[in-house]
Design a protein around this ligand. Structure first.
Ligand SMILES: Cc1cc2nc3c(=O)[nH]c(=O)nc-3n(C[C@H](O)[C@H](O)[C@H](O)COP(=O)(O)OP(=O)(O)OC[C@H]3O[C@@H](n4cnc5c(N)ncnc54)[C@H](O)[C@@H]3O)c2cc1C
Length: 495
């Protein structure tokens, strides 16, 4: 029987209580706001907030079973978002932020169990109390949540050595559309004397099914993550620069540094990132070589001076053999804890938009930003950089006002997690048209070469990235039909 919206609302109120259900148009608009700005405007019919108590009890399974029975689309909403939790087909928007508990930290076996709506930031905070950390620190501050970061392919500083956030996941608890709760990996061992300890369980691994799935296969209610021992003072910051014509040397340095397993993180940026900070005097222009175009912000992880001396020596040898020049000004003013000590004069990496975040000075001069997010092998960096520069020039975006910078992660898979930025005026149709044209070009030259997008969806990237995977995509669609026969979970994203 088709339910009316009133019927749906009253049933949801019965499940979660009247305070946690809303059809208010202002609420809908607020929830629709994301970093993708006006790009995805779909609104839900109703918003439901799911809360857990301190023992981790919640009504997620009941909500899902209800939605499934009546074939109501349901989309989980995490934090600020980039637009992929936009409810394309209407229905229920499930606010996960009430499921925000960090349930346990196991300091001996070095893992943490948190609810799907816990902010990544709060997980870091809990681990810190035990001298632990996640070796993957993003720039998002407190604005994103762990369940979403797993399904969306979250990444951060540390990925050069440790990989994606999804690589740190050793267990998941997932709720399927019918309301069935499934524990995977380490969490399948919960309730035994040993408890959770490793990802591998004596059955085929299904954890991967729920990573990069855009919330289309199940709702993640709990995540178990591997942590490492870590202290902020064990991380050491350096920056080496290269000229515009030395991109081959940049590639070679990266390959050697990743293969040698010396570095904790390398971050690849170009001079555009420093244009406005230099103009504003946030960093001292006279301390930056005039011909420096590429900047490799590099972090070493060392528990003591001996380990540091060894790693530093090997890192310096590789950079110097490739013709890199060290610039201490960037390490001091733009990286990690020391940058924060500079107060108003520093602009640390780790906070994009907050006070003195690295984007702030650019946003003051340029406007809102758009960013592409994709992966390709390090050996193609030169070709891809040249293609992007040509596309930006052709679209009239290669100027300080559009700050067309690169801000990319080097991964342990010998790949680049490339972020091409363009800053634009979101209220100027002409500027938006330039941006769209450039995005189309990037999509075309990237797709042609076999790029891997971070969390593509049919609505953000079109069908090509999926269809090029031919029978694998067919297989995933079959699984989706099996798990979610009524296609209620984030319909229109994967299928
Ligand atoms: C200031 C800023 C800086 C950023 N920097 C980085 C960065 O350094 N590294 C990085 O990787 N990203 C970064 N991002 C992007 C970030 O990854 C996205 O915002 C992303 O979508 C994170 O999820 P969210 O919590 O905002 O949730 P949403 O965008 O609402 O959700 C993302 C997807 O996950 C699904 N989902 C949400 N919760 C669940 C759940 N419990 N179970 C199943 N599916 C679920 C949603 O339906 C959606 O498909 C940044 C974002 C901001 C705002």
């Amino acid at each position: 029987m088709m339910l009316t919206l009133d019927n749906i609302v009253s049933k949801l109120k019965e499940i979660v209580g009247p305070r946690f259900v809303s059809t208010n148009p202002i609420d809908k608009i607020n929830y629709q706001h994301s970093l993708a700005y006006g790009a995805y405007k779909a609104l839900p019919d109703v918003i439901v907030r799911v809360e857990s108590d301190e023992n981790g009890n919640h009504s997620l399974a009941e909500i899902l079973a209800f939605a499934n029975e009546h074939k109501i689309p349901i989309v989980a909403k995490g934090g600020v978002g980039m637009g992929i939790s936009s409810p394309l087909k209407g229905g229920i928007l499930l606010d996960m932020l009430g499921m925000d508990k960090v349930l346990t930290v196991n300091p001996k076996l070095q893992h943490v169990i948190a609810e799907g709506g816990a902010s990544v930031y709060s997980i870091h905070h809990a681990l810190r109390q035990h001298g632990l950390m996640l070796p993957n620190y993003g720039t998002y501050g407190p604005s994103v949540v762990i369940g979403a970061m797993v399904t969306k392919g979250g990444i951060g500083y540390g990925m050069t050595r440790y990989g994606w956030i999804a690589d740190l996941v050793i267990g998941l608890e997932v709720i399927l559309p019918g309301g069935t709760v499934v524990r995977l990996g380490a969490l399948a061992n919960q309730g035994t004397d040993f408890g959770p300890f490793q990802k591998w369980i004596h059955l085929p691994d299904l954890l991967g099914l729920f990573t990069l799935s855009a919330g289309a296969l199940g709702i993640i209610s709990r995540v178990c993550l591997r942590a490492i021992e870590g202290k902020r003072e064990w991380l050491h910051d350096y920056c080496y620069t290269f000229r515009r014509n030395q991109l081959e040397n940049v590639q070679e340095s990266m390959l050697q540094l990743v293969k040698g397993e010396i570095v904790y993180d390398i971050h690849f940026t170009d001079r555009w990132q420093y244009y406005w900070p230099m103009a504003e005097g946030l960093c001292d222009k006279t301390k930056m070589p005039e011909d420096a175009w590429f900047f490799l912000k590099t972090m070493l992880f060392a528990r003591d001076s001996e380990e540091l001396a060894y790693k530093e020596k090997r890192m310096r040898k590789i950079y110097e053999e490739q013709g890199g020049v060290e610039v201490q000004e960037i390490a001091a003013k733009a990286m990690g804890a020391r940058a924060q000590e500079h107060g108003l004069h520093g602009w640390p990496d780790f906070h994009i938009m907050g006070p003195d975040g690295w984007c702030s000075s650019i946003v003051r001069h340029a406007g809102m930003f758009a960013v592409t997010s994709k992966m390709y092998p390090i050996t193609f960096l030169r070709e891809m950089y040249d293609l992007d520069e040509a596309a930006k020039r052709e679209c009239g975006l290669w100027d300080p006002e559009h700050s067309p910078q690169h801000d990319s992660y080097v991964t342990r898979d010998l790949a680049i997690k490339e972020e091409y930025f363009v800053f634009y005026n979101p209220y100027d149709e002409e500027d938006i048209a330039k941006l769209r044209r450039w995005m189309g070009k990037v999509q075309e030259f990237s797709n042609k070469r076999g790029v891997v997008w971070t969390a593509p969806t049919l609505s953000t990237k079109g069908p090509y990235p999926y269809e090029r995977l031919t029978n694998l995509y067919d297989f995933v669609k079959e699984i989706k039909r099996l798990v979610d026969p009524n296609n209620i979970l984030n319909p229109g994203t994967l299928y």
